[in-house]
Design a binder for this molecule. Sequence first.
Ligand code: OOB
Length: 525
Amino acid sequence: MDGVTAWPADLAARYEAEGYWSDRVLGGVLRGAPGKTALVTGDDRLTYAELYLRAARTAAGFLDLGVRKGDRVVVQLPNTAAFVVTFLALVRVGAAPILALPAHRESEIRYLCELAEASAYVCADRDGDFDYRAMARTLPVEHVVVDGDAAEFTPLAKVDAEPVAEPEPPAPSDVGVFLLSGGTTGLPKLIPRTHRDYVYNLEASAEVCGFTSSTVYLVVLPAAHNFALACPGILGVFATGGTVVLAPSGSPDEAFPLIERERATVCAVVPPIALLWLDAVTWQDEDLSSLQLLQVGGAKFAAERAAEVPDVLGCQVQQVFGMAEGLLNYTRLDDPRDLVERTQGRPLSPADEIRVVDADGAQVAPGETGELLTRGPYTLRGYYRAPEHNARSFTPDGFYRTGDLVRRLPSGHLIVEGREKDQINRGGDKISAEELEGHLLAHPAIHDAAVVGVPDPMMGERTCAFLILRDGEKAPDLRDIKDFLRTRGVAAYKFPDRLETTDTFPRTPVGKVSKKALTARIHSS
Ligand code: OOB
């Protein structure tokens, strides 16, 4: 596929020879016993045989519609059976789903459709007040498929045909799925994940996390997020023959009754959800005794709170420091308590290469903090169609610059100490400062904008926008700014939580806005 950087031949040969890469493809991931429950959503239950058949029929339906192998399809669906079926159908056809989050709006979705020249867009009918179909009318795609009331578009239920012939399977080295990067630039980046690297990602994760056919995995994060999809996630469960239970959110009043009813054994959450659960057990009385493992990741989980999980929730805790770009770090199930609580885990694969470097790119002394660089059998070699950005994001020998500041212990475990990238991590949701600043600059009253993260006990960080106003303009309030961003079609999780107006921005010696000094202003105010 154009715009995708492949691994160099010598490394590819090594990953194959050493067994990291196989010829298995994402379409073959349903490996449970035919009669076993694969997927539970609300009151609906699908066995592996039923899910397989639905995916095969939907794949045939997509082919009939004109979606072809090698196409890109933007998929924006909440945690429903439709998400799972659509994903499995597209990877079977060899059309790569681009996994947008349900929260994304026109500015993000239009950009994805344009960048990837997507042939189709698959969405739900509505999400509360928001009508995806109205947005779909403006998108440059040939086909729009809607789960639910489709209006003038194709209903997902009609993307259904007799699977007469097996579609020609994709090659293991083809792109299987595109994930969205958290982003540090004006526009989000697309991460191509090949069938063989993503299959390795999910199978090796399932092994490290002890998934078996007895696993009952509750999905509370968006299914479109790498963590919930493949770390080991939904696909890791399917590959080991367990059961996936989809919850609409991580709210204890939705999740706890499902844990009790389905006897869920594992769940992956971001720190704010873990904190909520630790509190909610005191006032909710559901039986959570089936829970064996709580995976916490996406943002740093404080050691003190990690230590509480076994006593309060009655299950093991696992820290997961991952990224859609690839590298996954897990604390191991048999790690000593101290490492589980204090570190963010160690790399999944023996073939993951780690460098911790200073500002000049030189390796720091063991145990010192530096930027984490990595390459390996499931870490991307380049963002999709982004040559200029790639020149900055990768070293000449192909290491991905994560922008994360870490310290490495002799055991190989990493402690995340901070971040160098211009990004806010709001409870696991990533916000590119530059992207948000770009939107704010379009506001008629705003002359300049700088966005920083401010510490928050629940979310880890919240988003603060510093604004310099145009001469004579009145300061907009938070409501004005949110309304303005909403009209621009920006996802709500990117809205600032706080505004500060100022006359000047502090600058670094090279003249860039000093985000450090800006953040310090908040601390001292
Ligand atoms: C996961 O993936 P992304 O792509 O949404 O975000 C990746 C970034 C990392 O570069 C790091 O800055 C931050 O999120 N992060 C953590 C963390 N886990 C992720 N920072 C501190 N502690 C952690 N445990 O967030 C993701 C992907 C797969 C599995 C889990 C998380």
